[in-house]
Design a protein around this ligand. Structure first.
Ligand code: ADP
Length: 874
């Protein structure tokens, strides 16, 4: 054991020293020697001490007793006062501080030891006693304040102690009142139960824990939890019983309530028309009768381990279903209601609306679902949608505008979109403004429409044709029909209308009127027969020409008109043609009523119906009696003209030969003469040969022109069609050929090929002649400036050549006759310009031969452009 530490508080230093040495001798440790109360209080904070020896009469402000008083307030240290016999008064005071011992100043060594030991042990006992007292109080508190009723009963079952909680629990006023009651009958609701369920066990020494009904003081039952322990001695003899009573009345009542609720919930589920199920761990743990009826499986069947949930899902929903299940496992969001296609045991598909919610089933999370069979609803929805769709398709695919309004036309319920096409206004405009109907009506038609539509409110029926004006000013004819829509009481509450664009029909009506007028007023004879050839109609001209009246001929075969010019066979041929659906054209010699003959040029054709069948025949005949006479004359004239033309061409050909041969001789011999005489000619005659040659050449050229023209005119011109490269084969050569002539005249010539590098198909000679003539003219009719030749593509299929000059131009009134042979703008008596007027006539013929076009643009005194357009070779 560690050394006991003692503090000495003594102002008499000799006694203090004596004490110290004696204590140390006795084996104690002196933790300090102090001489005043203040010092003690101060030092005690820092030094450890097990006992204080203190002089009762310490000097200073505080004597020993006062010092101890303060020490005791803060520390639990045993105190031994050092005193004398004389200090009686002080001793009384000292006692109040409950010291642990006294020591006379005149102590002996063993006395000191005894006092200290006793003081220490007293202090220890006091401390224990205090602790025990404390513990006891704790127990009492626990028992008194426990929320559980506690009692002790003897071996006969009589209460020995009860805590206030139990008294309060049973509504008794005092403990005594409770002690006196007849326990089996007054406390227990069912005395027999006490005997059988509790006492019989307790008697045998067993513990008991049971829920049972007691009674309160006023007799009202209360559910309690009774837990009784049998307390025995070491030998096993029962000493007493210790009981704990818990008020479980509320809990019991809630449980009862819950049970009731559960029962009514079950009845609800069982009687529900909707199929309800509970799913736990992917197994159906509950299905209600409606569910069983819906799917045809019983709860027993679905509880079988072999039953798979997927069995009740229609195959096309399997993927969706599995995906949903996986989502659920991963605790991802799933809507609480969705639609599903289920499968019954017998294999029928059923459309279901499912709503699921999380619940607790037997203490574990589960899923409760409700299936509602919406197959019928779905079917009728589909049927409705289909019929709506059909209506819409019908309404939106016909060109007639269908619309529904209320009776006063203040609201449009539906209008088919085609309204935009016919009226030029969007459907929205009619929805927004039901009066739009009237706004678009042609001003002249507004009044009657207004009047008639007012009648709709009475009859609901309307049928009228009026005009509308479209936003672009276009006028259309509309036939508007309205029909009443009646409610079940037969009252009109809406109007359905159909607006039909009848502009075309109106047009045809007018056309027909016009045509029938044209027929009746026609200057030609018109006859219509039925398929058997009997007359159904003849126009007034018929009467006028033949002298037969309408009534006289109707129903008759027009055979009576025959004048005997055509044979029976020819008439048969005619009918074969007409009956085969074709038109016959020809002339008849007919007989009038008065027997006179007349000629008609006639066309007979069938009138064919939609099926391609002839319904009527129509004959249109023109009285050509006069023309017939004139024609005879004309044919004669023509024949003699043709003959003279041929003669002329032959003559010209002959002529050309006759002129050309001697001229060629002249030219040849002139050349010979020139070679011989060139150096020997007298002055002034040098130009003789030049004049002779150019005059002879001009003569040849003229003859060539005449001859060529006559060849072309008589159809004797021979062509040789081949690929011709306008650039290389023709134009380059032309420029070279005319170059010196151009220069002589002080002009410029200029040729450009813009982008042509493909050939045309034509006759090389005649094409060459076209440009020879055009360029020759350009030079001839230009006094200053230049000649331009341009080759270029025009569009995708044409190649053109422009020959442009800056010459005298051609006047507008001469242009139309420019291509006629022997025409010239200046039949110059002055002969400013030499020429025959044949060049362009030939150019035109050559162009025709080569399938080419010619255009002229000319401005007087500015210049002329001839454009020759060839088709590309393909
Ligand atoms: P000619 O032999 O008189 O030139 P053409 O048939 O070639 O006969 O031409 C007929 C007429 O057209 C000419 O007389 C002339 O008046 C006119 N003509 C032709 N080409 C041109 C041109 N490039 N500029 C002005 N006038 C022209």
């Amino acid at each position: 054991m560690s050394q006991i530490k003692i503090l000495i508080a003594e102002d008499d230093s000799i006694i203090a020293l004596d004490l110290k040495s004696t204590l140390e001798k006795l084996g104690y440790k002196v933790s300090g020697v102090l001489s005043s109360g203040e010092e003690v209080l101060e030092k005690l904070q820092s030094i450890e001490t097990d006992l204080i020896l203190i002089d009762i009469k310490l000097k200073g402000e505080m004597d020993g007793i006062k010092t101890v008083y303060f020490v005791k307030q803060a520390f639990d240290i045993p105190i031994v006062y050092i005193t004398t016999y004389e200090d009686k008064l002080s001793l009384k005071r000292a006692q109040l501080t409950k010291p642990s011992g006294y020591l006379l100043r005149t102590f002996k060594e063993d006395e000191l030891n005894g006092v200290i030991e006793i003081a220490l042990s007293n202090h220890k006992n006091e401390k224990k006693l205090k602790e025990n007292e404390h513990a006891l109080q704790n127990y009492k508190d626990i028992v008194n304040y426990s929320p559980v009723g506690i009692f002790q009963s003897d071996i006969n079952g009589n209460f020995i102690t009860v805590n206030p909680t139990l008294i309060r629990m049973l509504n008794y006023n005092t403990v005594d009142e409770f002690f006196n009651i007849d326990i089996p009958n007054k406390l227990y609701l069912n005395p027999r139960e006490r005997e059988e369920e509790i006492w019989s066990f307790l008697k045998k020494g067993e513990d008991r824990n049971i829920e049972i009904k007691w009674r309160k003081k006023d007799g009202t039952p209360i559910w309690i939890q009774l837990n009784v322990k049998t307390i025995k001695d070491k030998a096993g003899k029962i000493l007493y019983y210790l009981g704990f009573v818990t008020d479980i009345d509320k809990k019991k009542k809630t449980e009862d309530e819950l049970k009731k609720q559960e029962e009514s919930y079950k009845t609800l589920i069982d009687s529900s028309k909707d199929a309800i199920y509970v799913l736990q761990n992917e197994k159906l743990v509950l299905v209600n009768p409606a569910w069983e009826r819906l799917f045809g499986y019983s709860l027993a069947e679905v509880s079988e381990p072999s039953f798979k949930l997927i069995n009740i899902i229609s195959p096309e929903h399997h993927v969706l279903y599995t995906a949903r299940m996986n989502k659920r496992k991963k605790e991802e969001f799933i809507p609480s209601t969705y639609e599903l296609c289920g499968l019954t045991k017998s294999g029928d598909k059923i459309e279901l609306e499912v709503s699921v919610s999380d619940i607790q089933w037997k203490g574990k999370p589960a899923l409760q679902g409700i299936y509602r069979n919406i197959t019928e609803r779905k079917n009728s929805e589909k049927a409705l949608k289909d019929s709506e769709e059909r209506f819409r398709q019908l309404a939106e695919n016909i060109r007639d505008i269908f619309f529904v309004t209320d009776l006063d036309n203040t609201k449009v319920f539906y209008i088919s979109p085609v309204v935009e096409e016919v009226f030029g206004h969007k459907p929205k405009e009619f929805y927004d403004n039901p009066h739009k109907w009237f706004d678009v009506i042609h001003p002249e038609d507004k009044q009657p429409v207004m009047y008639l539509t007012e009648q709709i409110t009475k009859t609901g029926i309307y049928d009228y044709e009026h005009r509308i004006i479209k936003p672009d000013g276009n006028i259309r004819w509309i036939r508007l029909r309205a029909f009443p829509i009646k409610d079940k009481d037969n009252n009109i509450y809406r109007v359905a209308s159909v607006a039909e664009d009848i502009t075309d029909r109106k047009y045809w009506e007018e056309e027909i009127t016009k045509l029938s007028k044209a027929v009746s007023q026609s200057p030609v004879i018109i006859m219509i027969t039925d398929v058997n050839g009997n007359l159904e109609y003849v126009n007034p001209k018929f009467t006028q020409v033949t002298g037969y009246k309408f009534e006289e001929v109707i129903g008759k075969n027009p055979r009576f008109l025959r004048g005997g010019y055509r044979s029976e066979e020819e008439y048969k041929k005619l009918w074969d043609i007409v009956l085969s659906g074709k038109e016959w054209q020809g002339e008849f010699l007919n007989k009038k009523k008065n027997g006179d003959l007349y000629w008609v040029s006639s066309s007979i054709s069938p009138i064919i119906d939609d099926q391609g069948k002839a319904t009527h025949f129509i004959a249109i005949a023109e009285d050509i009696t006069d023309r017939k006479f004139n024609e005879g004359q004309l044919i004669l004239a023509k024949e003699s003209a043709e003959k003279s033309d041929r003669l002329k061409s032959e003559f010209l050909a002959q002529m050309s030969h006759e002129i050309r041969t001697p001229l060629n001789n002249i030219l040849t011999y002139t050349s010979l003469l020139q070679e011989e005489l060139e150096d020997k000619l007298p002055d002034g005659l040098e130009s003789t040969f030049y004049v002779i040659r150019s005059s002879a050449q001009r003569l040849i050229r003229t003859i060539d022109l005449i001859l060529n023209l006559s060849k072309v005119q008589t159809g004797n011109f021979e062509t040789n069609f081949e690929k011709v490269d306008l650039d290389k084969d023709i134009l380059v050569d032309i420029v070279l050929e005319f170059y010196s002539r151009v220069k002589e005249k002080g002009l410029e010539i200029n040729y450009e090929n813009l982008d042509v590098n493909e050939p045309i198909f034509g006759d090389h000679y005649s094409i060459g002649q076209i440009f020879v003539n055009l360029v020759d003219n350009a030079i001839k009719y230009t006094n200053s400036g230049n000649i331009k030749i341009k080759l270029y593509q025009n569009g995708i299929d044409k190649i053109c050549v422009d020959v442009t000059d800056t010459g005298i131009g051609i006047s507008e009134n001469f242009l139309p006759s420019i291509f006629e042979p022997f025409t010239q703008e200046y039949y110059s008596s002055t002969r400013d310009y030499e020429g025959t007027g044949l060049g362009l006539a030939l150019v035109q013929k050559y162009a025709e031969l080569n399938n080419a076009s010619i255009e002229i643009k000319s401005v007087k005194d500015k210049g002329t452009t001839f454009t020759v357009g060839f088709k590309k070779y393909q």
